[in-house]
Design a protein around this ligand. Structure first.
Ligand code: GLN
Length: 275
């Protein structure tokens, strides 16, 4: 059976397989054209067994193509990923858009990417604002190893990686901007069934899903400078909880600068919201 037909046969259970196989083939330099085209017949036997052993074998175990490749794309930049870090979602890029739009980043700004994982947020911001200092912090040492690989491969000299339990490594009144895409799923979230390859400690916050926000917001309160602010990604149903947490901590949070709380929270590509 040719690769294209094999792919068709799995389409019912794996609707994205064709698209993902195209990404794989393109990335590995095996095929420049979509697999849908008859060019498929031109794949040599060595490549066919490589596709079988590397792509199909893993993909049929529901491994995301980014993990199969060990690479992902965030904000047009290629990052290394493995199972110790989340694969960044397209909506997380909205945090970068937001920071760029705000244009309030001074040349010496201190920016913290809390729970940096692969480092995609921190490294991207550092590249956009080369005269700022960006601290990428994470509790997970194995995640920091990937962040470090990304930092060095992307030659990003203004990123400093630190192992820390959220923001405990910082002194008061020292940070201009805190960014975070923390774990925010409830431990009972059914969505987790389809995320078996990704690190649970980067996805699940606890029973309520807001535990990490409570910690980050309460630590941020004394660490942010007077005009400093916090930008976080959160779940589609957590807006109210976050508004309450930011009010309780008196954090300069967009949600609470007007009555129109909903409008102040950008809606992401999946209908979820970020602050
Ligand atoms: N948005 C992610 C998802 O859909 C969850 C990311 C997170 O917990 N930070 O799986």
């Amino acid at each position: 059976m040719c690769i294209r037909d094999r792919c068709q046969a799995y389409k019912k259970d794996f609707p994205e397989i064709q698209k993902d196989l195209n990404i794989f083939l393109n990335f590995k330099g095996i095929l420049k054209y979509p697999i849908e085209s008859p060019i498929d017949q031109k794949i040599d036997n060595r490549s066919k067994s490589f596709i079988e052993n590397v792509f199909f074998r893993n993909y049929l175990k529901e491994m995301p193509v980014d993990y199969i490749l060990g690479k992902t794309n965030f904000y047009g930049i290629e990052f290394n990923v493995n199972y110790d870090v989340l694969i960044p979602r397209p909506e997380t890029e909205l945090i970068i858009d937001y920071i760029i739009e705000r244009e309030s980043i001074g040349s010496k700004s201190i920016i913290v990417d809390a729970g940096t994982g692969s480092g995609c947020l921190g490294v991207t911001v550092a590249k956009k604002f080369p005269s700022s200092k960006v601290f990428g912090i994470d509790k997970s040492f194995s995640a920091l190893k990937i962040a470090q690989q990304n930092q060095s491969e992307l030659d990003c000299k203004n990123v400093y990686l630190i192992q820390s339990d959220w923001l405990k490594c910082f002194q008061g009144n020292s940070i201009d901007i805190i960014l975070a895409n923390p774990p925010y799923l409830r431990s009972s979230d059914p969505h987790l069934n389809s995320l078996q390859w990704e690190p649970k400690n980067a996805l699940v916050s606890g029973d309520t899903g807001i535990e990490c926000f409570e910690e980050i917001f309460s630590q941020s309160k004394s660490l942010l400078k007077k005009e400093g602010f916090l930008v976080v990604e959160h779940g589609y149903d957590q807006l109210r909880d976050l508004a309450l947490i930011s009010l309780a901590n008196n954090i300069n949070c967009l949600l609470y600068t007007s009555d129109a709380a909903d409008e102040r929270s950008s809606v992401d590509l999946g209908g979820r919201r970020i602050i």
